[in-house]
Design a protein around this ligand. Structure first.
Ligand code: HEM
Length: 287
């Protein structure tokens, strides 16, 4: 048996390369912040830079956590479930740091923190997502799964989709100029949620390569339309003009193309993996 703090060991106490890789991934933003320490310290607002970093990586790890289920099915890599909880709790650690840094920026004046959060829409939305993530992290232990019962636990943890939506709105609202990265992030989340909806609709845990291709094209088209309508409305220009720019690659690669490339990579993995013999996963955790 392993101690619960030995995160790099699996349930049987053996060293787990997969867990070590997940830990390294979770620690990467921390290492990057240390490498960038000089630049952060000499920047205009070091604490604001760190608030942004923590929020950004929390959103990235939220996406990675949501990608575990589709990816383990597509890549036929059932063991991936072993690191889902670690990734989810890691997401919460970054979001807890995000709020702690925000509190530090308010000189730890808790009255001011509550006042700020309750008087700005983007913070009310971020705060709601924060409470949701805290609830999911607090109920992520084996004991809580047992206490709530599998079905209730699963229902509660389905709140993750609503939380992801709130986090994305918060991200969009605080973005002042270029919305390319928030749109790309939203399109990836859309892909992940659409995957689950199609799987539920087809009453099948695995989607065919053709369905994955159709899903990726549909999400890419929706991203182009969403971007054109969103930017068109915000800047009072015709959405068709925004769409025109999407085909001008000198301006940059728009998020619609980026999500299509990501989707096609997934289709390629599915195609190749479908032709390999399957191995039955040894680890089946609460899903
Ligand atoms: C009480 C909860 C929260 C507070 C007080 C808060 C506060 C903030 C603040 C002050 C900023 C910078 C805004 C600016 O510079 O104008 C920010 C940015 C951000 N926050 Fe939050 N936030 C909260 C919850 C969340 C949650 C739950 C997520 C996602 C899981 C999140 C993700 C982000 C992201 C992605 C950014 C932008 C990062 C970037 O610029 O790359 N925040 N937040």
């Amino acid at each position: 048996m392993k101690s619960s703090w030995q995160l790099w060991r699996d349930r049987r106490g053996r060293l787990s390369p997969l867990r070590m890789a997940a830990l390294a991934l979770l620690l990467f933003p921390l290492a990057k912040a240390l490498v960038d320490a000089q630049a952060i310290a000499h920047g205009a607002r070091p604490i604001n830079d760190m608030i942004h970093r923590a929020g950004f990586w929390a959103l990235v790890f939220l996406g990675v956590t949501l990608a575990v289920t589709p990816f383990r099915r597509i890549a036929h890599y059932g063991h991936l479930i072993d690191v889902r909880r670690m990734l989810g709790v890691g997401t919460f650690c970054y979001i807890a740091t995000h709020l702690t840094l925000f509190t530090a920026d308010q000189m730890f004046d808790l009255g001011k923190v509550v006042h700020e959060i309750s008087h700005r829409w983007y913070l009310i939305i971020g705060g709601t997502a924060w409470l949701g993530l805290a609830t999911l992290a607090a109920t992520s232990t084996d004991g809580m799964v047992r206490r709530l019962g599998g079905m209730r636990w699963r229902r509660l943890h389905q709140a993750i989709y609503g939380i992801a939506l709130l986090a994305l709105i918060h991200y969009f609202q605080q973005t002042k100029a270029d919305v390319t990265v928030p749109i790309f992030a939203a399109s990836l989340f859309l892909w992940l949620i659409a995957y689950r909806l199609v799987a539920w609709w087809q009453a099948s845990s695995e989607l065919s390569t053709l369905t994955l291709l159709a899903l990726s094209i549909a999400v890419s088209v929706l991203t182009f339309i969403g971007e054109a309508v969103g930017i068109g409305t915000a800047f009072h220009v015709s959405p068709l003009r925004v769409l025109d720019v999407a085909f001008d690659f000198d301006v940059g690669i728009r998020p619609g193309w980026q999500v299509l490339a990501a989707g096609l990579a997934v289709v390629a993995i599915d195609f190749v993996r479908g032709r390999w013999p399957r191995r039955t996963p040894g680890v089946v955790a609460a899903e």
